[in-house]
Design a protein around this ligand. Sequence first.
Ligand code: DHH
Ligand code: MN
Ligand code: MN
Ligand code: MN
Length: 313
Amino acid sequence: ESIGVIGIPFSKGQSRAGTEFGPEVLRNGGIVRKLQSLGCHVKDHGDVEVIQVENDDPEEKAKNPRTVGQTSKSIADKVEQVLRSDDICIALGGDHSMAIGTIAGNARVEPDLVVLWIDAHADINTPMTSDSGNIHGMPLAFLVHELESYVPKLSGFEWLTPCIHAKDIAYIGLRDVDAGERKIIEKFGITAFSMQEVDKYGINEVVERALRAVDPEGKRPIHLSFDVDAMDPTLTPSTGTPVIGGLSLRETYYIAEEVARTGRLSMIDIAEVNPLLGDEKDKTLTVDMTISVIQRFFGNRRGGCYPPGYDIP
Ligand SMILES: N[C@@H](CCCCC(O)O)C(=O)O
Ligand SMILES: [Mn+2]
Ligand SMILES: [Mn+2]
Ligand SMILES: [Mn+2]
């Protein structure tokens, strides 16, 4: 399959500078070359156009709404364009508000998609349930049909209509969920495996249940939105909202290997890498761990792999 890589150098969904350098450090870490060495056909489509709106005052407590909303439209247009030519898109972020645009864009090409949200956080606050006003804590709220009447139409979001249903989402890795988010998860029956369920059932059972919950017939395209803070902060320290007690490297590899095995991966978001946080060692570790996880989505199984058509001489 062909892979189209885009960069989303964006940070205005939250308040800590640095996620705008995520694409740069992941590219410098060799992500394109490493996927090509797996036998993948990879094209780097460059960065999306980030729109910076002046005097972007908060609306309903949501910060930078016009900048986030208009950039999200730019993201959606770019993702749609890439997915019309490539089989899979990898979006290198950028803060997690990027998912507003990536899911909206993917849904234009794959309307039947399901979303696996790998994150310490639920990222489904409405502007009213959010304590921070940071839109990186709200992306799913703008996308879910069932929340349409609970989410005001913010300036910059005129272009967006909800494109997924609550039953199409499955969370893995939750360990820092706000009250409003927990109520939404229960009210609309969103499939959610927190770290408690990961400990209770084991990652293999969690992944199997998550996939079965959103796609029992095993035929729908998968949009995987990976927030690097899903992993334990000892593995990915350079991120804006770290939470201890996260996924191990092996658990994260397992998720990636199982999603790869479905053969139905449509898009991956890589969110919340912030190279300005922590020291040089932290940054390098975060980039290396993230890239090693990405490779597991593309056939680099721990049991070994070889290029298509390879045989021993
Ligand atoms: N739930 C918090 C933290 C959100 C963290 C966002 C990250 O997961 O993308 C908030 O709404 O501010
Ligand atoms: Mn998170
Ligand atoms: Mn609707
Ligand atoms: Mn997130």
